[in-house]
Design a protein around this ligand. Structure first.
Ligand SMILES: Cc1ncc(COP(=O)(O)O)c(C=O)c1O
Length: 415
């Protein structure tokens, strides 16, 4: 007997969906209102916002708003229509690709509409069933999902663990000798949850010994690390050894879209083989002209990145001095590790938002091990010392309540 598909959906709403009733509108799908900045409105109250990846404060910059608005007024939101290959190509798309490539010190680049879809599709295009993928176990969903499409073997190594990496490269090499395929290694430049940099320098050092190509997702490194914000490869001095470099416009560039950069041949291969671009409409002009403006600001306004780092250093040193565990972050991403269960963490976040006016993301099981809570803060160039001081004071207050069982009691009384 077959089952009605929707009956199953009714029974099993998924790991997050099962919390929808309790969480919707507050912990998930919250509505942050007002101009994107250090302070926005949530539930009618002003909160210090630490959950937006507008690292350089470009989202609401007057020069950016002007260019976005003018481009939308001139071209509408449709032009150009169709896929790049067919009718969706313009000189501005080409210009943006050339400028992105030059910025990240590669020969060529190819735009994609969304980083997530682009990554899934690029992985799909780069490997055949005879090739082997070796990837870090903490990589973003777009990499995991790209790997899911792969019809051949894959090996996952422990997060940033070079011993595990080498063990898996050796396994991959043996397998590739049998299949006659090649090896694609995938890491992130910056791991978005805990803020560690990928160990790119150590990975590329092994290229002499093993034959593999390296794809790096630098969503969080682009704009925040390296000279002028050129990213993690430049920061670690190994940009030349990254065979395919990826960054999204959705974070430091405060826009939409993403790009891959590499050698002319590899980029041309992606242009002719990436299904997400061959079978979908190209980026609208307002996004393209807006991205050109933002890229120009990255290059010419180093004060934005300097301010981001000034805020990052003040926030991280302030939290550390107040005794908080920030793990091993080496970037702007600031995870604060606490101990507690899910109901406690919900009561704590409620207190933070309602009584202390602090809005940050919360990460719990199953994303991280049971009993751990991460409050994740993203500093930006728009934050100031008052935001930082208020946040450290609020965090000290909630830690005390977490430790003395106040949130456990609140959570129990709500059941
Ligand atoms: C590491 C990483 N890769 C890719 C993406 C996806 O980028 P986009 O928002 O452009 O789809 C994100 C965004 O969350 C990310 O953090």
């Amino acid at each position: 007997m077959t089952k009605d598909l929707f009956e199953r959906i009714e029974e099993d709403k998924g790991p997050l969906g099962k919390w929808a009733k309790q969480a919707e509108g507050y912990y998930v799908f919250p509505k942050l209102e007002g101009p994107i900045s250090n302070r926005m409105s949530f539930n009618g109250k002003k909160v210090v916002t630490w959950s937006i990846n507008d690292y350089l404060g470009l989202a609401n910059h007057p020069e950016v708003l002007k260019v976005d608005g003018e481009a939308a007024a001139e071209h509408g939101m449709a032009y150009p229509m169709g896929a790049r290959m067919m009718s969706g190509h313009t000189k501005y798309h080409e210009q943006l690709e050339q400028e992105c490539a030059a910025f990240v010190e590669k020969e060529a680049a190819y735009l994609v509409n969304f980083g997530y879809q682009g990554m899934v599709s690029a992985i799909d295009a780069l490997v055949t069933k005879n090739d082997i993928i070796v990837y870090d176990m903490d990589t973003h969903a777009c990499i995991i999902d790209g790997v899911r499409l792969h019809a051949g073997k894959r090996f996952v190594y422990k997060h940033n663990d070079m011993e595990s990496f080498e063990k898996n490269i050796i396994r991959a090499q043996k397998m590739a000798e049998k299949t006659g395929g090649g090896i694609l290694v995938i890491s992130e430049g910056v791991f978005g949850m805990r803020g560690e940099q990928g160990r790119l320098k150590e990975i590329v050092a092994l290229k002499k010994q093993y034959n593999f190509r390296l794809l790096v997702d630098d969503a969080h490194g682009f704009g925040t690390l390296g000279k002028e914000g050129k990213g993690t490869g430049v920061e670690q001095g190994v940009q030349d050894e990254i065979d395919v470099y990826f960054a999204t416009f959705a974070k430091s560039m405060a826009g939409i879209g993403a790009f891959f950069a590499g050698s002319k041949d590899v980029i041309q291969f992606l242009q002719y083989n990436m299904r997400s671009q061959m079978f979908a409409k190209s980026l609208p002009m307002a996004m393209v002209k807006g991205a050109l403006k933002r890229l120009d600001m990255l290059r010419t306004m180093p004060e934005l990145k300097d301010k981001l780092w000034e805020n990052t250093n003040a926030l991280q040193s302030g939290l550390r001095n107040a005794g908080f565990d920030l793990g091993t972050t080496q970037t702007c991403i600031t995870p604060v590790f606490l101990k507690g269960d899910i109901p406690e963490s919900m009561a704590m976040v409620n207190d933070l938002r309602e009584n202390h006016g602090i809005f940050c993301s919360i990460v719990v099981y199953p994303v991280i091990p049971k009993g751990l809570i991460i409050l994740r803060l993203i500093p930006t160039a728009t934050h100031n010392q008052d935001d930082i001081n208020e946040t450290i004071a609020a965090f000290s207050a909630i830690r005390e309540k977490l430790e003395n069982g106040t949130y456990k009691r609140i959570a129990a009384s709500m059941v």
